[in-house]
Design a protein around this ligand. Sequence first.
Ligand code: GUN
Ligand code: FE
Length: 433
Amino acid sequence: SSATLLRGRTLNFRAEPAGPEDTAAFCYIEDGAILIQDGMIVAQGAYSELCHRRPEARVVDHRPHLLMPGFIDLHLHFPQVQVVASWGEQLLDWLNTYTFPAETQFASPAHAARMAGAFFDLLLSHGTTTAAAFCSVHPTSIEAYFTEAARRNMRMIGGKVMMDRNAPDGLRDNAQLGYDDSKALLERWHGRGRASYAISPRFAITSTPAQLEAAGALAKEYPDAFVQTHLSENRDEIAYTLSLYPEAADYLGIYEHYGLVGAKTLLGHAIHLEPREIALLAETGGKPVFCPTSNLFLGSGLFDEGGLRARGVASGIATDIGAGTSYSMLQTLNEGYKVLQLQNQPLHPLRAFHWITRGNAEILGETHRIGTLDPGTEADIVVMNAAATPAMALRMEAATTLTEELFVLQVLGDDRAVAEVYVAGQPAKPKPA
Ligand code: GUN
Ligand code: FE
């Protein structure tokens, strides 16, 4: 089939940059291009060279915009699209007051399908091309989620939440049913097209020991599936969790005991960790995921990225919609920057943009597919306009470096800065209604 050449300023990461002087870690090309064919990146380099090599390719000129890999969001909740911006509570009350009632509605296939259309439109309009989401307890929610993802050919990770206690009627499975439904959905969706399944016990509070044991058994049967859950987000949550599992050494020890902690385990929040838990993450490769807008919104606490890094633990970053307050990974970086500033850990913009692209892909173990502009990977690409709003345009008049431009994008940018997004080589930015 025919080849397309996207022309623009290109930014690709080879590794996490220490700073702007670390030029071996990234490749920025002022007049760059990405050659796409059959949904894949075939080549990436200087426009002058690629247009010469493939003169028949159709050229799409995105200058002066910045082309980079599509953003990756490692933790959010599909059935919480109507929970975003719910006032006044911290985690446990917020769940009971707003979240559980909203998730109950996803038993309806029609509701789930309508919300899935809106959810994927929101991800793409914000430049997010891959995400790992929790669905509701109902298999209908997973069907709607993966059906819509497949329709758009997006590389998405998801799972039916397993929860068999401390949740209202209509929102609980049981140990056997949670296992059976998860297994059937995993068999149906994992590896189908661009879908990956994540075994998703919500958190220890809403799972009995029998259910965590079943989840662990499933993880053992399917070692290439992901596991996702929540860890140590809130002080009251931790105290309640430890009262439910009095034998556990600590919160992470519960998941460890049931065989749920490994290199494919995504652990949302991971704010208030004991030294033993951090050592266990380093040893097992378990992945903490920083959710800054959510952590500030619910008053949960300050994620210690630098402390984890110093102990050999790499973190992901995510929106955590609907406790998170923005679908934008740019706004997630904006709030993340401030959380880290409060701990004297200033996040350099080059590291920030590495984080939401290649960094999160590394956390997933998927850099061979997504997160870079490397030849042989899938053509999920965002086109960024750092002068998208009057405030951004004015600030950009005074910007002279790539670092400044990236920082303007991360502090002032949101969906308005996303000029276009490509999914498997096809333009996919939703049209405004
Ligand atoms: N812990 C368990 N469930 C949830 C959830 O839906 N959102 C957040 N932020 N934390 C949780
Ligand atoms: Fe969450």
